[in-house]
Design a protein around this ligand. Structure first.
Ligand code: NAI
Ligand code: MG
Length: 321
């Protein structure tokens, strides 16, 4: 029996996660799902968006399927996802971007950088500390280098011309790439954002620090049809969480129009992580066939609803098994 924790969250998380979960259940009837509640509603009720017992529940799972959680820009509120990433030490955020003429993987350091959680507010200023440690850089470099070696090459996205912290990041990543025999270059993150959009074929694996990876991946979604298309994995030594790159999208929530592809492909990454690449391929190919048949949600110019798209993928999964 495999145990998968399901965190729908709120907004479109409640719409796309059930679709992904049904597809997982169809390909792997041995998965036992259990729901975990986090987020604003829990915060209002209990004063904590994500309690100790929530973390304990998540730790007990073989893998976590996560939707999205609305985070109000309130200094008193700490992002649930950041809490989970820190508590489960999910240090590698892997964001594949695949489409016509595009095959890039962004590997984002996921526990430190500008999201280290070391911050405070004073009456007339507020400070956030950007931490880049040798250990943190080494472990993300050791994740990215073998991946780049199995593919083509590595780009280290950075701003070392301005940030001392990135001098260390670049030093560690380039040294690790040399040790691993990986072809590697460095690129300033601002120029990289534009060049990736103009010449995606120049890129393969991109390793970068936390906020740069966050921004770069949302921008890169442009290459493949938008945020509804990008899945991700958050990987640690002991735990793993799979989620769409997008957020709770309050502007379209509750209308059955959200694109569930990102969530479904995140479920495929979860299957891969469970050591079941065959089922992952069944899911990925089913999604491809449905898209090729012209069944699409409105963000891709189609008329299919979230649930109708999911039902079409389920039918294809049935054929592909
Ligand atoms: P967002 O990713 O939720 O939405 C950005 C834009 O993309 C919106 O116009 C939305 O309609 C569209 N979009 C996103 N996913 C889509 C999908 N599957 N299908 C069709 N269109 C889609 O980012 P935004 O608006 O900046 O944030 C909304 C809330 O989500 C905020 O409270 C933010 O903190 C939270 N958030 C949560 C994340 C998480 O839980 N992992 C990640 C990013 C944001
Ligand atoms: Mg983001």
């Amino acid at each position: 029996m495999v145990k998968v924790a399901v965190v729908e969250g709120d907004g479109i998380g409640r719409e796309v996660v059930p679709v992904a979960r049904d597809i997982l259940a169809a390909v792997r009837p041995d998965i036992e799902f259990f729901d975990v509640e986090v987020g604003y509603g829990r915060w209002e009720r209990t004063g904590s968006a994500c309690g100790e017992e929530t973390i304990a529940d998540l730790r007990s799972a073989d893998a976590i399927l996560f939707g999205a959680v609305t985070t109000p820009p309130d200094p008193g509120y700490r992002s649930v996802l950041l809490q989970i990433r820190h508590a489960l030490d999910l240090y590698a955020n892997v964001r594949p971007i695949r489409g016509e003429g595009v095959d890039v993987v962004i590997v984002r350091e996921n526990t430190e950088g500008l999201y280290s959680g070391i911050e405070w507010t004073e009456p007339d200023r507020a400070c956030t500390v950007r931490v880049v440690s040798r250990r943190g850089s080494e472990r993300i470099a050791r994740y990215a280098c073998p991946l780049a070696k199995s593919r083509r090459h590595l780009t280290v996205g950075n701003k070392a011309n301005v940030l001392k912290s990135d001098c260390l990041f670049v030093e560690v990543c380039t040294a690790e790439a040399a040790r691993a025999g990986v072809s590697c270059r460095t690129s300033y993150i601002d120029a990289l954002c534009l060049d990736l959009l103009m010449h995606p074929d120049r890129y393969d694996v991109i390793v970068t620090t936390n906020i740069f990876g966050d921004i770069l991946s949302d921008a890169a979604a442009y290459l493949v049809g938008g945020l509804g298309m990008l899945p991700s994995a958050n990987i640690g030594e002991r735990h793993a969480l799979f989620e769409p790159v997008h957020g709770s999208a309050p502007d379209i929530a509750g209308k059955n129009v959200a694109n569930p592809v990102a969530a479904i492909q995140s479920a495929a990454m979860l299957l891969e992580h469970l050591g079941d690449p065959a089922s992952a391929a069944v899911v990925e190919e089913a999604v491809d066939r449905v898209l090729r048949a012209g069944i699409r949600t409105p963000d891709l110019g189609g008329v299919a609803g979230t649930r109708e798209f999911g039902a079409a993928v389920l039918r294809e999964v049935g054929r592909g098994k």
